[in-house]
Design a binder for this molecule. Structure first.
Ligand SMILES: [Zn+2]
Length: 267
């Protein structure tokens, strides 16, 4: 069954689906997700009332992470599941219904196209963008379990170097909530690099109200997991993206070997 079925209210047939996958046959224990991979806006929504200069900012997507995620997927031989539409349409890492799910304010920018929308409109965005993405992650975790493949979930993000006027010193961060197994190994390995300012649950920490992917796919399913956030100015160009992907592939590859035995899903 097609996700949009017979009532495509938002995405038109010629528009790309929200889910984009890379290396689906990858043998790595790592399953990579990228909630804020793209910044597409369904044509039916126009520009959400924003100028192009706002639609290329960090409020619309995670700048630079797409290139890192794709290269990391290749280096690790890991399956990557990414979401192409802008987080300003619906944020795939927020619980639906939360104020930040379909934001009317992001940093200091109001989003006119999100003001006063009906519950039906919000539901449609969820049904056509949010749900297919998360259903796909779920299905892949099921499939891997059926094939007895270990799964370590890594949720890839990037953060703006300056938020609301405050500069962030960290180059990279591990983000987590209930399961610290992978984050602690990551923090240790990143600090051992010697040239990095490493964020330990900074500038963000994972929580059930501000996140969706790690709580729902990592924690609720008993998967070893971590969020990774990279500062956007370090991965703004392809060179930076490739360097960070290579570094992360080396670090995660070594950690993956240590975790292989405990990385089987429990349900
Ligand atoms: Zn993000």
């Amino acid at each position: 069954m097609d996700d949009a079925a017979d009532t495509t209210l938002l995405l038109r047939p010629e528009e790309v689906p929200p889910v984009r996958e890379f290396n689906a046959g990858g043998r790595s224990p790592f399953l990579l997700t990228c909630d804020h991979y793209g910044r597409l806006i369904p044509r039916a929504l126009g520009d959400l009332g924003l100028p192009e200069s706002e639609l290329v900012r960090h409020i619309a997507w995670d700048i630079g992470i797409a290139g890192v995620a794709e290269a990391l997927s290749k280096h690790l031989d890991a399956h990557l599941i990414a979401q192409r539409y802008s987080r300003l349409v619906i944020d795939c890492n927020r619980p639906p219904g939360a104020a930040s799910s379909i934001p009317i304010l992001s940093e200091a920018t109001t989003i006119p196209g999100n003001e006063g929308i009906s519950r039906d409109t919000a539901e449609t965005r969820r049904r056509e963008i949010f749900d297919p993405y998360h259903r796909r992650i779920d299905a892949i975790i099921d499939q891997r379990r059926q094939r007895n493949m270990p799964t370590i979930l890594v949720s890839l993000h990037s953060f703006t170097p300056v938020y609301a006027g405050i500069a962030r010193p960290w180059h990279i961060a591990a983000l987590y909530q209930r399961d610290k197994t992978l984050p602690l190994l990551l923090l240790q390995a990143l600090r051992a690099e010697g040239d990095l300012v490493v964020g330990d649950n900074e500038p963000y920490a994972v929580s059930d109200v501000t996140d969706y992917t790690i709580p729902m796919h990592g924690e609720a399913r008993g998967l070893v997991n971590s969020g990774i956030e990279i500062r956007q100015d370090l991965i703004a160009d392809e060179n930076g993206q490739q360097q960070w992907a290579e570094r992360l592939a080396r670090i995660l590859g070594a950690i993956g070997e240590r975790l292989r035995d405990i990385a089987h899903p429990i349900r």
